[in-house]
Ligand binder design. Sequence first.
Ligand code: GLU
Length: 303
Amino acid sequence: MSIVQKAGRFAPSPSGDMHIGNLRTATLAWIWARQTGRNFVIRIEDIDRVKPGAAERQLADLKTIGITWDQEPLFQSTRHSAHLAAIETLNSKGLLFECFCSRKEIAEASSAPHSRPGFYPGTCAQLSAAERAEKRAILAAVGRKPALRLRPQVAEWTVQDELFGEVTEQIDQVVLQRGDGTLAYNLVVVVDDAWQQVDQVVRADDLLFSAPAQSYIAHELGYAPFTYAHVPLVLAPSGARLAKRDGAVTLQDLLAQGWSVSQVVSKISASLGYEASNLMELLEIFDRQDFIRKPWVFTPPTS
Ligand code: GLU
């Protein structure tokens, strides 16, 4: 019998260069996986906001700070047929319904990883076959198709988070496929995690509240539950989440300011309460049980 090697992962969207906060989150995901005897895999989530060249630079930056991974990085855009197969599975279980609401309403209630949109009011959930046919024809006349939304069979779902404990959320009728055919983050993230043998999800805590919906979708697709650890975001001195407009925040910016790679790693280590100038050293001494769940405020150097 072969034993499947489970994995942790880091899944950046290639929408630009990563800042030191993203590198810190990647570091934590890598430490969690390595300390628990897991593989570590990378997935480039390139079905949405893609900036040319960003994925390659992200991989290079991860490598430069000393993060190692066990398989070729997976580009999510290569997985379209698997994503569609998951839609089919959910549909055959009666877990989807067509939604004819306007694009604006769909966008508001849809799949951006970092938003927590208002709940869908259920407008299209109970339409009759005749009503659906009529609405489908109206959309088709303008070259559009309905979106597909989740019809959850439960009101709420609970996940276990190593840092937050039990997290329970109501499950919304989220869009899983938009009218233009685009598949939603909340679906593809679980399909690809399962495919990459990921059972441990460590990521920034702005995604904490998406975890129960994702875990419920995983359950309906027959996947084993994931364990989670949502780690704090890195903030700018203003208190807002760190962003590129805050100054020298990417690895390349910091190197251009005269920092060495070990100084960047030392800074990340110090933010976690440790003195270490390379990641192997940090991996040795980092104590997951003693993790301080407090945002780190990063003050970019000025030249
Ligand atoms: N691709 C998402 C991001 O860069 C992260 C998704 C995840 O870790 O589940 O924000």
